[in-house]
Write a protein that binds this ligand. Structure first.
Ligand SMILES: *Cc1c(COP(=O)(O)O)cnc(C)c1O
Length: 224
């Protein structure tokens, strides 16, 4: 169930941070039904995050509103690239040049503006966490900014490490911010740090997040 009071509490929590920068909240609606998305939209939510293409397309059709911004936050499977580029307003978690190239190809010449994307960086270096390594990030950025059908907006953090508590989580977010800052120092215009989930968004905000991805705290537990 979408929890309006939780949404309002988060908006209040964001007030001091918003004095310094723009911060947006994606309501992560994977595993939630269309009725929950409609309830959230009624409460003023405009950004929704989905991880599974087919599930998302079904709900987009059921919800039937043109004023919502859909963010793809799942794994980008090669055979789903066309659907992702055509049915989402933003794509997080781009990790390879080929993914960006395929997204760009769909958006080039289809009359729509370039697709805003973020690159997911494996800042904690944990095996199994998707993301480009910090060492390979600059080359990937140089390649992506040449692509006409995508606009590189910033970086996405994978989930924070499970071990190491608050210190490790803070370090994880700070490391992503440092990656963004060094890209900016190299002349790239990037405005987005997509980091912070239900369990750690206060730390992400302290470390500079501009785009939160909140699921459980807004909707409760998911079906999948
Ligand atoms: C599911 C998911 C979230 C939301 O997680 P919660 O802990 O429910 O807030 C955020 N980001 C990504 C990439 C996800 O897959």
């Amino acid at each position: 169930m979408f929890d309006v009071s939780s949404w309002q509490q988060i908006q209040a929590y964001l007030v001091p941070f918003r004095r310094h920068r723009e911060i947006r909240v994606i309501a992560v609606s994977k595993g939630q039904g269309a009725a929950q998305i409609c309830a959230a939209a009624e409460a003023g939510v405009r950004l929704f995050g989905e991880s599974y293409v087919q599930e998302a397309l079904g709900k987009q059709a059921q919800v039937g509103r043109a004023d919502l911004e859909w963010h793809f936050i799942g794994r980008i499977q090669r055979n789903k690239t066309r659907l992702i580029a055509s049915h989402f307003h933003w794509v997080h978690g781009v990790t390879e040049e080929g993914q960006a190239r395929r997204l760009s190809e769909v958006r080039t010449g289809d009359g729509r503006p370039p697709l805003p994307i973020c690159l997911q960086v494996n800042v904690s270096g944990e095996a199994g966490k998707g993301g480009v390594s910090p060492a390979q990030l600059p080359d990937l950025v140089e390649a992506v900014v040449q692509m006409p059908g995508v606009t590189l907006r910033g970086l996405t953090a994978p989930p924070a490490p499970l071990r190491g508590g608050e210190a490790a989580t803070r370090h994880h977010f700070a490391a992503l911010r440092q990656q963004l800052e060094s890209l900016r120092a190299a002349g790239h215009v990037l405005d987005t740090l997509s980091m912070g989930m239900s369990g750690d968004y206060p730390l992400a905000l302290e470390e500079g997040a501009t785009l939160l991805r909140l699921g459980t705290i807004l909707f409760g537990r998911r079906e999948n």
